[in-house]
Write a protein that binds this ligand. Structure first.
Ligand code: BMP
Length: 212
């Protein structure tokens, strides 16, 4: 285990495959979201899944039936996991967890976002969302590397059974080592790797820093 997830937010296939190939030995999964999928289509998921498990970051936030349809598409496309929002409520989350169980895949729930605005509305509900993720049988939660103290709080709520994946390292100011020490299982890193002259060196440095 490297404790590192690549956030592959480049928008074209050629760069995506080049960078994913370069860093594949250092990352445990590749997170793909709207920037790349809107640029290249959902087919890119299957191509990347040959290099590493793909986490589909669509921050699903809809009624249960629409959530179900989205999850089915994403898992049929070859994604290993999906990221959903939690604020849409337990029934919506249950819908994603049910599809994930049918496909034997993973669901991660956003508790509080890593950017400055992430405290405006998430702060009062983050703990409730974390507890809901645990109750619903999600695989884990997404919690901010920019606020390691919040990762520590969330870890206390969800216990050791759920995973914490944590974005906000590097470009957003968070430290990989600090958030791993606070209880995260993986850091999610995008720009510090894919904008580097040597993505492999950048990924290797982050792995060395975490010593995990
Ligand atoms: P970067 O390392 O370039 O800041 O990328 C972080 C990645 O994690 C982006 O894909 C972003 O959309 C995602 N993300 C985040 O930064 N904060 C969150 O709270 C949730 C996210 O999914």
């Amino acid at each position: 285990k490297n404790c590192l997830i690549l956030a592959l937010d480049v928008t074209d296939r050629e760069n995506a495959l080049r960078i994913a190939n370069e860093v594949s030995e250092y990352v445990d999964s590749i997170k793909v979201g709207y920037p790349l999928v809107l640029g290249e289509g959902l087919g890119i998921v299957k191509e990347l899944a040959e290099l590493a498990p793909v986490i589909a970051d669509f921050k699903v936030a809809d009624i249960p039936n629409t959530d179900r349809l989205i999850c089915e598409h994403v898992f049929n496309a070859g994604a290993d996991a999906i990221i959903t929002h939690g604020f849409t409520g337990r029934d919506s989350l249950d819908s994603c967890v049910k599809v994930a169980e049918e496909y034997d895949r993973d669901v991660y729930v956003v508790t509080e976002m890593s950017h400055p605005g992430g405290v405006e509305f998430f702060r009062p509900v983050a703990e409730t969302i974390a507890q809901m993720a645990a109750d619903a049988g999600a695989t884990g939660v997404v919690a901010p590397a920019t606020r390691p103290e919040r990762v520590r709080d969330i870890r206390k709520i969800i216990g050791d059974d759920l995973h914490i994946i944590s974005p906000g390292v590097g470009a957003q100011g968070g430290s990989a080592a600090d958030v791993i020490n606070a209880g995260a299982d993986w850091v999610i890193v995008g720009r510090s790797i894919y904008n580097s002259n040597s993505p492999a060196d950048a990924a290797m440095k982050i792995c060395n820093e975490m010593k995990c």
